[in-house]
Design a protein around this ligand. Structure first.
Ligand SMILES: Nc1ncnc2c1ncn2[C@@H]1O[C@H](COP(=O)(O)OP(=O)(O)OP(=O)(O)O)[C@@H](O)[C@H]1O
Length: 268
């Protein structure tokens, strides 16, 4: 399998609590009375890229959404179990969900820039947090755009509408918007499925560079992409976690027959 990036990877059993970015314990989620996640236990390594794979409807997005409590936007949802991030269970009733969502960035399948300038898109979250100092906003916008590998392309037109950017630029803008809040975790839900192959590779390189600053979790249908970019991979089937391991092992010597059937294209 083609590898794009150098890796420094432990087996999942060797990952200590201190090296864990998201610790999922006995997580069950019901949406509209349907069991969508069934007793998920998973330790997502810190400052690494973890891919969540599995056939359509297996619960990948629901699992991703449980890391920033987005499932709660669905009125008829029930959740049990725990998700620990930085020594706290984010499902504790004292948790402030709005604060949590600023610490955990999210990028969706289709870029969704606001109909405002590039600059205002990037600093949107900071303004919501009450930041008004122009210098601070300028610095954050520049840093986020540089981290999202977009600065050189837009530095002379920061006040143009974000809607004028190409699809790939808009997706990097979405990454910049998330990074402006300096999240410890970045969740990516099929971030390149609407992009052409070259732009996809560009975004994959960007994702790889970002693991220096955050823990990344990516949902993807693209097996080649999962094998190329991820350090670890979780295979799900019908709401259950079937297998979780370092990506080299999962994609070359899966432990479970179901995983092998999926990655070899026998179903899904
Ligand atoms: N609001 C909802 N109410 C009821 N069922 C839902 C709701 N949202 C999702 N589901 C169901 O939960 C299951 C998991 O959905 P989810 O979107 O997490 O799967 P997925 O693996 O991300 O799928 P895809 O790859 O197609 O995006 C599916 O069977 C879906 O139909």
């Amino acid at each position: 399998m083609l590898k794009l990036f150098e890796r420094d990877i432990l087996s999942v059993d060797e990952i200590s609590a201190a090296q864990t970015g998201i610790d999922v314990r006995d997580l069950c989620v019901h949406l509209n009375n349907k069991l969508v996640l069934n007793n998920i236990n998973l330790r997502i390594p810190k400052n690494k890229i973890t891919a969540i794979i599995g056939q359509s409807g297996c619960g990948k997005t629901t699992l991703l959404n449980s890391f920033n409590r987005m499932n709660e936007l669905n009125r008829n949802h029930q959740c049990s179990g725990e998700v620990w991030i930085d020594d706290r269970n984010i499902y504790d009733r004292r948790e402030r969900v709005s604060m949590l969502r600023t610490q955990i960035g999210m990028v969706f399948q289709r870029p969704n820039p606001f109909p405002m300038s590039i600059y205002e898109n990037v600093c949107f979250g900071l303004r919501i947090q009450g930041e008004t100092a122009r210098r601070k906003l300028d610095d954050s916008v520049e840093r986020a755009l540089k981290n999202a590998a977009l600065w050189e392309e837009v530095k002379d037109r920061l006040y143009d509408s974000a809607l004028l950017l190409s699809g790939g630029q808009q997706q990097r803008l979405m990454i910049a918007r998330a990074l402006a809040l300096e999240p410890s975790i970045l969740l990516l839900d099929e971030p390149t499925s609407a992009l052409d192959p070259l732009t996809t590779l560009y975004i994959e390189e960007l994702i790889n560079a970002l693991k220096k600053q955050c823990t990344l979790v990516i949902v993807t249908h693209n097996m080649q992409q999962a094998a190329r970019v991820s350090d670890y991979a979780a295979f799900m089937h019908r709401g259950e976690l079937i297998e979780f391991s370092d990506s080299d092992s999962l994609f070359t010597m899966p432990a479970k027959q179901q995983t092998e059937d999926y990655i070899t294209g026998r179903y899904g």
